[in-house]
Design a protein around this ligand. Structure first.
Ligand SMILES: CC(C)(COP(=O)(O)OP(=O)(O)OC[C@H]1O[C@@H](n2cnc3c(N)ncnc32)[C@H](O)[C@@H]1OP(=O)(O)O)[C@@H](O)C(=O)NCCC(=O)NCCS
Length: 191
C-alpha cells in the first residue's frame, strides 16, 4: 500500500529534528557507526544490526529507504538532536496499510536512550500523518519493556498480544504486543 499525501523531508520538534536520510556514503558511515556502538543493545530485539556488518550495509539501507520513499511505501527518518546536530537513531512509517492505518518502527543509539526523544519522535510523526491516517500501530516484543513504554506513556491502547508471531534469528519464536492510537484518540489528546 502507498501513501496518498506528500512526505515532509524535515519535521522539526522541540528537541529533535526528523530528516529524510541523504543517500550519501557519509550518511551511511554515520548510521553504521551509531549501529556499531549500540550493537549489543540493538540486537536484543532487532534483526538488522546483525545483518549490518560494514558501512556498505547501511548504505544499502538508505538506498532502499530512498526508493521506498519515492514510491510512498515507507517514510523513514533519521533522528537528529536539534541543539547539537548529532544523529541519534531512526524512526519511520514502515508500512502503510490499505485501511488508512500505518505502522511505526524505531531505534535509538544506547547513549541517547532515557531522554524521552523517542516519545517526541513518535508524536511528531503522529502530528504529520494523523490528519490523513485513522490508525497508527506500534508492535513490540513483549519482553522489550523500554519499547513498550514508548506507546504506553503517550496514550496508545494495548489491543492485544500476537502469540508466537516473532521469529528470532536463532529460530525461536516470541510474542508481540500490538499498540494502537486512533485519530480520534489523537484529536482528544490535543484538546
Ligand atoms: C525502544 C527505545 C527507542 C526506547 O528508548 P527510550 O529512550 O527509553 O524512549 P523514550 O524516548 O520514551 O524515553 C523514555 C525515557 O526517557 C526519560 N525521560 C527523560 N527526560 C524526558 C523527557 N523530557 N520527556 C519524556 N521522557 C523523558 C523517561 O523517564 C524514560 O526513562 P525510563 O524508561 O528510564 O523511565 C530504545 O530502548 C531502543 O532503541 N531500544 C533498542 C531498539 C528497539 O528495541 N527498538 C524497538 C523495536 S520494537
Amino acid at each position: 500500500m502507498t501513501y496518498q499525501g506528500e512526505f515532509k523531508e524535515e519535521i522539526i520538534g522541540d528537541r529533535i529534528i526528523l530528516r529524510k536520510y541523504p543517500v550519501t556514503f557519509d550518511m551511511a558511515q554515520q548510521i553504521f557507526a551509531l549501529t556499531d556502538e549500540s550493537r549489543d543493545c540493538l540486537r536484543t530485539f532487532l534483526p538488522w544490526p546483525d545483518l549490518t556488518v560494514q558501512p556498505e550495509d547501511s548504505f544499502a539501507f538508505i538506498y532502499e529507504s530512498n526508493k521506498a520513499w519515492k514510491t510512498k511505501e515507507k517514510a523513514e527518518y533519521g533522528i537528529w538532536n536539534k541543539e547539537t546536530g548529532t544523529l541519534m537513531g531512526g524512526i519511520g512509517i514502515m508500512h502503510f496499510h490499505d485501511n488508512d492505518s500505518a505502522e511505526i518502527g524505531y531505534w535509538l543509539a544506547t547513549r541517547f536512550q532515557g531522554n524521552g526523544y523517542m516519545r517526541e519522535a513518535v508524536q511528531l510523526l503522529e502530528n504529520e500523518f494523523f490528519p490523513t491516517l485513522i490508525r497508527i500501530v506500534i508492535r513490540n516484543d513483549v519482553k522489550n519493556i523500554r519499547s513498550a513504554n514508548v506507546p504506553a506513556k503517550i496514550g496508545y491502547h494495548l489491543d492485544g498480544v500476537m502469540r508466537s508471531s516473532l521469529k528470532y534469528l536463532d529460530g525461536h519464536y516470541g510474542d508481540m504486543n500490538v499498540w494502537t492510537k486512533l485519530r480520534t484518540d489523537w484529536e482528544k489528546q490535543r484538546q
